[in-house]
Design a protein around this ligand. Structure first.
Ligand code: PAF
Length: 282
């Protein structure tokens, strides 16, 4: 594995691969790898001849007062892990290499970004889309893998790829969880002991919704109310940011669960915002 910091060098390496007829897979990350990131790499590895893992804590997707400076980082461990998963290139540019001081071009998908996490993190998905588009231009991947934990991000990137004709296939990787059901996240390290003990209730609550839906409950309002009650009772250390039942593709709020519906939640703990989702099927 080679480590590249210069965007133009990444572009040249990937261009040379493509000239040799080699395909490229990309796994974009912000580092501090856990088993969820490794699953993305394991998924991507057999999909192409060459695997690029990017590690870039993208400043433009953090709002004022968010945790850009304290975002967990461990670049040496990350490099060893990426290599162990068969990455050919680890792309870890310094922020100044990705954004010119007068950077002024942005990509937005406002329709899909206005609700859920986008409502409480204005500008977040604009930063995500812009950096992902830049990574696509630099690596020119045939395929890129994103996790389903950030379902809204995945839906937005799919829409961006469709709308702007990026020649890349997007693959979705299911959520990786702790044994007790908590979705893996780099921010989980910030939970204190009591919060960590309650956090699996997010998953428990989502499973309860599936049971209610399987038992015939179709009303999104009643399902949301049931989840609020569950969190009030079992997750008192968390403050609910949203509980939403939406169309899995358009992210439009649903009033009734018919066929497939996405239940998505965000809960603010003291030092970590936790998100999770469940594809309800009836
Ligand atoms: O999901 C993430 O880690 C980030 O949002 C991404 C896709 C790497 C863009 O910075």
């Amino acid at each position: 594995m080679i480590t590249i910091q210069d965007p133009k060098e990444l572009q040249a390496v990937c261009r040379a691969w493509r000239a040799q007829g080699l395909s490229v897979a990309l796994v974009p990350t912000m580092g501090y790898f856990h088993a969820g990131h490794l699953a993305l790499m394991d998924r991507a590895r057999p999909l192409a001849d060459r695997l690029v893992v990017s590690l870039f804590v993208n400043p433009t997707q953090f709002g004022p007062g968010e945790d850009l400076d304290s975002y967990p980082r461990d670049p040496e461990r990350d490099a060893a892990l990426a290599e162990s998963r068969g990455a050919d290139v680890l792309f870890s540019p310094p922020p100044g290499a990705m954004y010119a001081p007068d950077h002024g071009t942005w990509i937005e998908v406002p329709d899909l970004a206005k609700g859920l996490c986008g409502a409480s993190r204005p500008g977040h998905f604009r930063g995500v889309c812009t950096v992902v588009a830049k990574l696509f231009h630099l690596a020119g991947p045939d395929v890129a893998v994103f996790g389903e934990k950030d379902w809204q991000q995945l839906a937005i990137i799919r829409r961006m790829v469709r709308d702007l004709d990026f020649p890349v296939r997007i693959e979705a990787q299911p959520i990786v969880r702790e044994a007790d059901g908590l979705a893996l996240s780099s921010r989980n390290v910030r939970l204190d002991e009591a919060e960590r003990a309650q956090a699996p209730q997010i998953r428990q609550g989502l499973l309860m919704l599936q049971e209610l839906a399987s038992g015939g409950e179709r009303s999104a309002a009643r399902l949301q109310a049931a989840l609020h009650e569950h969190f009030d009772a079992h997750l008192p250390l968390g403050e609910v940011d949203y509980i939403a039942i939406v169309d899995p593709v358009t992210l439009a709020p649903l009033s009734e669960v018919r066929k497939k519906a996405l239940a998505a939640v965000a809960v603010q703990m003291k030092n970590a915002r936790l998100i999770d989702n469940f594809l309800l099927e009836v």
